[in-house]
Design a protein around this ligand. Sequence first.
Ligand SMILES: NC(=[NH2+])NCCC[C@H](N)C(=O)O
Length: 322
Amino acid sequence: MTTEAHTKSSFGTAAYGGAGWVPRQMSHAQELGKLWASYRIDSEWRTLRAVIVHSPGPELDDDLDLEKSLMLEPLDGGKAREEHAAMCEAYRSAGIDVHHVRPEGRATPNQMFCADLFVMTPQGAIIARPAGQVRAGEERMMARRLADLGVPILKTLTGTATFEGADLMWLDEHTAMIGRGHRTNQEAIDQITTVLAEIGCETIPVDMPFGTMHFMGMLRTLDRNLAVCWPRRTPLATVRALQDRGYNVIFPPYEDDSASYRAMNFVTLGPRKILMVAGLAKYQDFLEEHQIECVPVVTDELSKAAGSVGCLTGVLARDVAP
Ligand SMILES: NC(=[NH2+])NCCC[C@H](N)C(=O)O
């Protein structure tokens, strides 16, 4: 049976471009905070508003093969969970929203290292593609949760690209620097360069030495014009790019690899205020001499998994440039 609606011509109706058609009014950037959530970052130092974490569960109670699971020492799941809960509490007390990944099924032991699973940009997230087989798929749990939170996903990496979020740092509102190394390859850098160019941002790649993990461990930003770099490990091009942008680059005292690594693994809560690993008196004194307010949290147990505050924290939102 043919109804009237089926016989009438569709030509000239709004659906086919007729006068009643209302084109989309805003750009993607303008829709952030309206259609999409307003989560974004354009710096590593502006006031932190929201983070995403995975509070470890029973996955840490398994008898883990340390090498296979990329851990340094056997860890006590109970203690690790307590430390993680205290870290989340420290964020909440600082007024920061804490979201949880809540992966489906049993999580993998490194799922808690959320900084590696995505990176935020001024207009949405880039989903990582972790380099090690044992972490493959952790990013899917993150992507699912980010989508639920209303975060636009600008890019999911393809091909054999590997990228971990802790390898990308914002130098200014229009410039990201990526460390090419053990976890992030050129194919990923090419893809990220393209997607960032689409939103008007430049990507500067730098090489990292063999035996290092993430670019995050070489550069941390404390304020608009203050950055801390790891002496003798930070690429020359990184220090110069920072100085060219007006940063004062400071170098903490070097103790040993383990302490220096944990010292660099802080999260900037806002200009000159950081959440850092407790028990690093020498570094804390150094940072306090530079008028940095340090909020310490204990991560002795979590650190045995080869990461700490910075690695455990997926930065979702900061204030952005006016
Ligand atoms: N951003 C970081 N530094 N993450 C630390 C990740 C540690 C983890 N065991 C891995 O090797 O992948």
